[in-house]
Design a protein around this ligand. Structure first.
Ligand code: GA4
Length: 302
């Protein structure tokens, strides 16, 4: 498939996406239903202070408005850093630029910024860490509600993987500039794919573009629920919107050494659909794949 062509199977994100008030006591049932049916939901009343979101968004907008040569010098693209149009290293391209800063233990890839930029970078680093801590906390609360809804014990069985010091979580800041003279045509900003981590928390600046693919038959399962929860196939399209789309995604992942296998309490006597593997083995395989590939294929039992 041509990297900019559009798969007709995907539909635009309409208001059908579940909206869940996570301050409501019965929201755990809705969360489970949303994960089983969509693999995607919107949360409200999450308690994350709005300034954490707007502070990071402002930093991201400021960073992306710097001249290309400064951004390129800021941080090398691999494994973390600034990237432009090229996604991964296996030939995926999109109308996007992104920054994947290192945030673990307060360290930030932004430290490598040129000295003229260092003060701003330190400030950036503080805002990043504040944001990531808030996202991790919210993601853990949601994972604990899901464990309750699935009647899994202990309720921190998933959240503890994000809280682990060795957790392989990351933040990605994406910028989709409007396409100049697109003549009404759309381009692929970020090609269709499924996220491989345990949970992804996405915040965007209220700009269209994100599409999810529903009931397609070609979905990739999150292994740990033995196929019960799906990782939603999604992509971003860009047109000549007046406004740039900026999105900030926290990917909550387990430690690299973690063995990935369905939770026994969810198997109800079934066999696992997958061979056992570690998150490191999965990521090594994923890094050699294209965005749209089925990255679980290698690990499926035939
Ligand atoms: C998709 C989800 C996340 O954006 C990501 C991506 C990663 C990358 O940008 O390096 C990958 C992609 C994502 C899966 C397949 C490989 C790796 C690009 C790519 C072609 C950060 C992730 O974890 O997996």
């Amino acid at each position: 498939m041509d990297q900019f062509s559009i798969s007709k199977k995907c539909s635009t994100l309409y208001s059908t996406v579940p909206l869940i008030d996570i301050s409501e006591p019965d929201s755990k049932t809705m969360l489970v239903k949303a994960c089983e049916e969509f693999g995607f939901f919107k949360v409200i009343n999450h308690g994350v202070p709005i300034e954490y979101l707007s502070n990071l968004e402002t930093k991201a907008v400021n960073f992306f408005s710097l001249p290309l040569s400064v951004k390129q010098k800021a941080v090398a693209p691999h494994p973390f850093g600034y990237g432009n149009k090229m996604i991964g290293s296996n030939g995926d391209f999109g109308w996007v630029e992104y920054l994947i800063p290192t945030t673990d233990n307060g360290e930030s890839g932004c430290r490598k910024f040129p000295s003229i930029f260092r003060e701003a970078a330190e400030n950036f680093s503080r805002v990043l860490n504040e944001y990531v801590s808030a996202m991790r906390k919210m993601a853990c609360e949601i994972l604990e509600m899901l464990a309750d809804g699935l009647k899994i014990e202990p309720r921190n069985v998933l959240s503890k993987l994000l809280m682990d010091e060795q957790s392989d979580s990351m933040l990605r800041l994406n910028h989709y500039p409007p396409i100049p003279e697109s003549n009404g045509k759309s381009l692929i900003g970020f090609g269709e794919h499924t996220d491989p981590q345990i949970i992804s928390v996405l915040r965007s600046n209220n700009t269209s573009g994100l599409q999810i693919c529903i009931k397609d038959g070609d979905w990739i399962s999150i292994v740990m629920t033995n196929g019960r929860f799906k990782s939603v196939r999604h992509r971003v399209m860009v047109n000549n919107n007046k406004k740039s789309r900026v999105s900030m995604i926290y990917f909550g992942g387990p430690p690299l050494s973690e063995k990935i296998a369905p939770l026994p309490s969810l198997m109800k006597g079934e066999d696992s659909l997958y061979k056992e593997f570690t998150w490191f083995e999965y990521k090594r395989y994923a890094s050699q794949s294209r965005l749209a590939d089925n990255r679980l294929g290698l690990f499926e039992k035939i």
